[in-house]
Design a protein around this ligand. Structure first.
Ligand SMILES: [Zn+2]
Length: 383
């Protein structure tokens, strides 16, 4: 083992889980009689990650291996029926009729036929020149080379992508998936198909492990790799008699903080204004909550002219808040009838606090709670 870094979780957590002796170095090409002396069998070490469970082997192939690759399934009727159904389901499920779909590793273009027949507007990418010529011969636009984390693909961004029987060959899983996502529209969808690790294990297939396949995905590790690269997995299943693992994905929305960031100033302003309003009428205002939320709100709002800050936690009572420097008192003070309003910032305890105020302390003033705005709470029950 040259290095023990897991290709999915990037931790040095690999160990040899199986050795397969006498494996063909290259399963794609058969030899002419004269070339037989070039043949070298290898001892294949299958590596498993103790952290995330991913299974991989070290890349043994030459860099140009796929430039001249030819593996076709066009001749099999069973495969053609399976692919036609899969492409049709994919296009229909995600409303891809008339939408752009890129196939990464489109081979001879036979799957592009299925996608096009289902109504998608298709194009491909294919590193193998022999394959590319076949696909172009079918009338498709096919660009050459490989996907990496930077590459801008022709005709993108796309509404959808398909990559079948490709990811198991790719040494840089994250670069490949990130690169695909870079070329997608927001809300785009995808289909990823790989050989099933589960099937290899269940059927005890040592012969499923060979140098072409550097990655061996279970449904679980496939999901993990996809999610790590910004995809939401909306469907994940075994297909084709259990031979393949198939994931359907959408581009995950990145969380938007714009409105949260605006609230820092708007909520603080409202809080200051309401406190000022009561106080200008000679009325007193209290806040309930000296936990994380309360302290953050007070600090962000710059509140220092509050009449009272209370918290139910006896450990906090008698101490002073950071930034706003207010003393924390016991809530029972609110039973004295001096206060016109209470702002509740301890939102998780909101109902309990309101009940305490209304029932136990017979509090008759206004109760505000935090939302995107400061909200006047409706009484939970008649007072
Ligand atoms: Zn791992």
């Amino acid at each position: 083992m040259k290095n023990n870094i897991c290709r999915v979780c990037s931790q040095p957590s690999l160990s040899i889980v199986m050795s397969v002796p006498n494996v063909p170095r290259n399963i794609q090409r058969l030899f002419s009689f004269d070339d037989l002396h070039l043949d070298r069998a290898i001892n294949l070490e299958v590596l498993g990650c103790s952290r995330c469970g991913f299974v991989q082997i070290e890349p043994l192939l030459e860099d140009e291996y796929y430039d001249d690759y030819l593996m076709t399934t066009t001749h099999s009727r069973q495969m053609q029926q399976y692919q036609a159904r899969q492409a049709r389901d994919f296009v229909q499920r995600f409303g891809l009729v008339g939408k752009s779909v890129k196939e990464i590793g489109c081979g001879d273009g036979s799957y592009l036929d299925h996608l096009r027949d289902a109504g998608a507007v298709v194009s491909g990418l294919e590193p193998s020149m022999r394959f590319r010529e076949l696909a172009v011969g079918r009338g498709y636009e096919v660009e050459s080379g490989y996907v990496d984390a930077q590459r801008q693909l022709e005709g993108g961004p796309y509404d959808g992508f398909v990559t079948r029987q490709v990811l198991e060959h790719v040494p840089d899983i994250h670069g490949f998936l990130t690169g695909i996502r870079l070329n997608l529209k927001p809300g785009a969808v995808g289909l990823i198909e790989v050989p099933s690790l589960e099937k290899a294990l269940i059927d005890r297939r040592f012969y499923d492990f060979f140098p072409d396949h550097v990655n061996y995905f279970s449904l679980r590790s496939l999901r993990l790799a996809l999610e790590m690269n910004g995809f939401d997995v909306v469907d994940l299943h075994h297909d084709m008699l259990g031979e393949y693992n198939v994931a359907l994905v959408t581009v995950a929305d990145s969380p938007s903080f714009d409105r949260v960031a605006t609230t820092v100033s708007t909520l603080g302003k409202e809080l200051r204004e309401i406190i000022a309003q009561y106080r200008s009428q000679g009325k007193k205002v209290a806040m309930w909550g000296a936990g994380g939320k309360g302290l953050s709100v007070m600090a962000a709002a710059g509140i220092q002219d509050l009449d009272l800050l209370v918290d139910g936690d006896p450990h906090k009572q008698g101490l002073f808040t950071p930034v706003s420097h207010l003393k924390v008192e016991a809530p029972s003070i609110l039973a004295n009838g001096d206060f016109a309003a209470v702002v509740i910032t301890a939102m998780a305890y909101r109902n309990e606090i309101e009940l305490t105020l209304r029932d136990e302390y017979k509090f008759l003033g206004d109760i505000f709670v935090l939302g995107h705005h400061l909200e006047l709470s409706q009484p939970q029950k008649p007072i």
